[in-house]
Write a protein of this length. Structure first.
Length: 367
């Protein structure tokens, strides 16, 4: 699943050998992100928002990207969509989508792909939707910008069909209403309808259930699952909510300080997590089967500044097990992503056998 060899070509220009390898019969994933870096120069220093990220995603599958605020999750999605072009951001690496490297395509080609072959459901639908235009006119625009030969009446009929598809009642009437006339859950459904307007094969959902009540959250997740089954889309689910990931994802990518610290199948990461940061995230989840007086176990400290990321393992100032590693490796050496099982990798200096002992003794009883 993770191409660890990609880390040896950090920041290199896309290799001309990649297309020929694909042509020679090498199987590649539908989305293949290789050593993605997105840095922002500021007056205070260089913000390394994403620093060498590698992952793959097949059609019909979902990957959940989790981590605290400031770990680089949303910047990753924006990098895939090319939203940092023509800005001060410094982006490098390779992003292969259906055999096409998005890092090297022209701006015109990226505009063709964005909203058509790949689309995004933004975190806050009220700010993503324009308050001055009706819901229908905004969906019509999303359709006609990629299909200029489609008439306005045909595009509006398609908008009505999409609103019905995502479960908005009486779509014929509501297509002419404004964003403020919809509830939070209904606005999120509108955003999903707009994202699906051109049948994208890659759907990026950035916190799609934020600020929604539990019942509406379940409806949105169920809707996304049904639409994925119908259209066969690949989905990137960005969220703080590990429950959402457990419900939706096939694989999990845990990010910290702009890097992947653990990546693997959902069952492996939930039931056999390897990184102390993943242990902390899982231990801090509330559980209904816990004793009511039992306290949660939050990760101590705060996420690092992406301008001054700690040397060595970025998590070592917050890691209660850093002293388990001999010498000062945790403070001076960035650990590599190493395999611990089929398609499961972790970035940690602790020996795998010692991690297993610590997990069994200290962490598993709390999960």
């Amino acid at each position: 699943m993770t191409d660890t060899s990609a880390h040896s070509t950090a920041g290199a220009a896309p290799s001309p050998a990649a297309p020929s390898a694909k042509a020679a019969g090498e199987k590649t994933a539908y989305l293949d992100v290789r050593d993605l870096k997105v840095h922002f120069p500021t007056d205070d220093g260089l913000v390394k928002a994403v620093d060498g990220l590698t992952f793959k995603l097949e059609r019909g599958k979902t990957i959940g990207i989790v981590g605290e605020s400031g770990s680089g999750k949303s910047v990753t999605s924006q990098g895939i969509l090319g939203l940092h072009r023509r800005t001060r951001a410094r982006a490098s690496g390779q992003i292969w989508l259906d055999g096409e490297d998005l890092m090297t395509v022209s701006d015109e080609r990226m505009r063709e792909l964005r909203g058509n072959k790949m689309a995004m459901i933004f975190q806050d639908p009220l700010s993503a939707l324009h308050p001055y235009y009706t819901i229908g006119s905004q969906i019509v625009e999303a359709i006609r910008v990629h299909h200029s030969d489609t008439s306005k009446s045909a595009a509006k009929a398609r908008a009505v069909d999409l609103l019905g598809l995502v479960g908005i009642p009486n779509p014929t009437r509501r297509v002419d209403q404004y964003p403020h006339e919809f509830s939070g859950g209904m606005r999120q459904r509108v955003m999903i309808a707009m994202a699906l307007a051109n049948d994208p094969s890659l759907l990026i959902a950035d916190e799609p259930t934020t600020a929604l009540d539990v019942t509406v959250q379940a409806q949105i997740l169920d809707l996304m699952r049904k639409l994925q089954q119908e259209f066969g889309s690949a989905i990137i689910m960005i969220t703080h909510d590990l429950g959402v990931v457990a419900e939706m994802a096939n694989d999990i990518l845990v990010m910290y300080g702009g890097k992947a610290v653990e990546y693997g199948p959902v069952n492996d990461v939930f039931y056999r997590p390897e990184h102390p940061y993943a242990w902390g995230l899982l231990s801090s989840m509330p559980r209904l089967d816990r004793v009511r007086s039992a306290r949660l176990n939050p990760v101590p400290g705060n996420p690092p500044s992406l301008i001054n990321i700690p040397p060595g393992c970025a998590f070592h100032p917050r890691c209660r097990y850093a002293a388990e590693v001999a010498g000062d490796a945790c403070r001076t050496q960035v650990p590599d992503l190493l395999g611990t099982g089929p398609d499961h990798v972790v970035r940690c200096h602790l020996a795998q056998s010692r991690r297993a002992e610590l997990f069994a003794a200290d962490v598993k009883p709390l999960l």
